[in-house]
Design a binder for this molecule. Structure first.
Ligand SMILES: [Zn+2]
Length: 323
C-alpha cells in the first residue's frame, strides 16, 4: 500500500470546537464534524505517495536510436506501457560523471560543481542536494550499484545506505529482496565501454545493451518475487549518447538520451510531449516517493506522467508544495 503521511495538527480541531457553542442545534455540530473529517481526509490523500520504491537505471552511453535498433524486450515493454521520450536531453559536457551528477542532484554542473570525469580523491562530493539526500532526510532507504567507481563523488557520506560496484544483477536482486530500498540506482557501464571500443551503434554495443536488458528483466523478476511490483516505479535513462567512438560534445547524438518511466496503475502510458532533461530525474524520483524536490534544483518533477487520480498531480511542480 502507498505510504500515507500524517498531516501535522494545525489546531483546526480546537478552533472548530470554540466556534460551536454547546447550546446550538446538534445538526450544526454534526455538519461541522463531517466537514472537518472530510478536510482531513483530503489533506491526507494529497500527501500520499504513489510509489514506495523508485528504481533508477542508467544505461551508460545508450543513445535512443541504438536502443531502438537493439533487441531489448524489457525496455521496449516498459516504454510501451509507461511514459517515455526518446528525446530527453543530457547536460554539457555530455560526460559520465558530470551528467550523472546532474541526473541525481537535479542541477547543472555550474551548481553541482562536478566538472571533471574521473575519480579524484581530493575532489570531494557533489555540491548540490542529491535525491538520495532528500530520501534519507525523510527516513527512506537508498542504494547505488555502479559500474564506475567515480560515481562515488555523488554518494555523500550518510546519504546512501549501500554504495557498491555493480557485479552481478543477482546481487542487486537479492539486496532488493532483503532490504527493499526505497530509492535504488543502478548503473550499467558496458554500453559506453563498447561504444568507445567499437563505435556508437556498432553490433558490439547493441549486444551489450541487450545484456543490460536481460538484467533489467531479471531484476523485474526479483521485484515481482518481493511483492513490491505494484508500488515500484522504474526510471530508465542514460547519462549521454555518443557518436563515432566518443562523446562529450553538444552534438545531438551525444546530448540525446532516453527517459522512460514505468509503473502500471501509477504511470500514464504514452509519449511525453514536454521537454525532458536528465536533471528532471532527481525531482521526479523523490516526488514519486511523496517527498518535496529541492527548490534550488534546475530539474523539475515530470508529474504529468502520473495516471489521472494520482494525488501527486495536486502538488505544484515548481515548489513541490501542495496546492
Ligand atoms: Zn564514455
Amino acid at each position: 500500500m502507498p505510504e500515507t503521511h500524517t498531516v501535522p495538527d494545525t489546531g483546526e480541531k480546537k478552533k472548530m470546537k470554540e466556534r460551536i457553542p454547546a447550546g446550538k442545534p446538534s445538526f450544526l455540530r454534526v455538519l461541522a464534524l463531517l466537514s472537518f473529517l472530510f478536510c482531513s481526509l483530503v489533506s491526507s490523500a494529497l500527501l500520499s505517495a504513489p510509489a514506495e520504491h523508485v528504481i533508477m537505471i542508467s544505461l551508460d552511453g545508450a543513445r535512443p536510436d541504438v536502443i531502438l535498433a537493439s533487441n531489448m524486450p524489457n525496455t521496449r515493454e516498459m516504454s510501451d506501457k509507461g511514459a517515455y521520450t526518446w528525446w530527453a536531453q543530457s547536460i554539457s559536457p555530455s560526460s559520465t560523471l558530470p551528467a550523472h551528477s546532474s541526473m541525481l542532484s537535479g542541477s547543472l554542473p555550474e551548481k553541482h560543481g562536478i566538472t571533471w570525469n574521473s575519480w579524484k580523491a581530493e575532489g570531494g562530493y557533489v555540491l548540490s542536494t542529491t535525491c538520495f539526500e532528500i530520501a534519507k532526510r525523510a527516513g527512506r532507504s537508498t542504494s547505488m550499484f555502479v559500474g564506475k567507481q567515480k560515481l562515488e563523488h555523488i554518494s555523500k557520506p550518510g546519504t546512501v545506505d549501500k554504495f557498491i560496484k555493480l557485479d552481478d544483477i543477482k546481487s542487486v536482486g537479492e539486496y532488493f529482496l532483503q532490504n527493499k530500498p526505497n530509492l535504488l540506482f543502478i548503473h550499467f557501464s558496458s554500453p559506453d565501454e563498447a561504444g568507445h571500443r567499437y563505435g556508437w551503434g556498432s553490433q558490439e554495443q547493441r549486444m551489450e545493451l541487450e545484456k543490460c536488458d536481460k538484467n533489467i528483466g531479471l531484476l523485474r523478476e526479483y521485484v515481482g518475487k518481493s511483492g513490491a511490483s505494484a508500488v515500484t516505479v522504474w526510471i530508465i535513462t542514460a547519462d549521454h549518447g555518443g557518436h563515432a567512438k566518443s562523446h562529450g560534445s553538444k552534438d545531438v547524438r551525444d546530448m540525446t538520451v532516453p527517459w522512460i518511466c514505468y509503473g502500471p496503475g501509477i504511470i500514464r502510458q504514452g509519449q511525453i510531449e514536454k521537454p525532458v532533461s536528465i536533471c528532471d530525474t532527481a525531482a521526479t524520483s523523490v516526488s514519486l516517493l511523496g517527498l518535496e524536490p529541492d527548490i534550488e534544483w534546475h530539474g523539475k518533477a515530470q508529474l504529468d506522467i502520473l495516471m489521472p487520480g494520482q494525488t501527486l498531480q495536486e502538488i505544484i511542480p515548481e515548489t513541490g508544495k501542495v496546492k
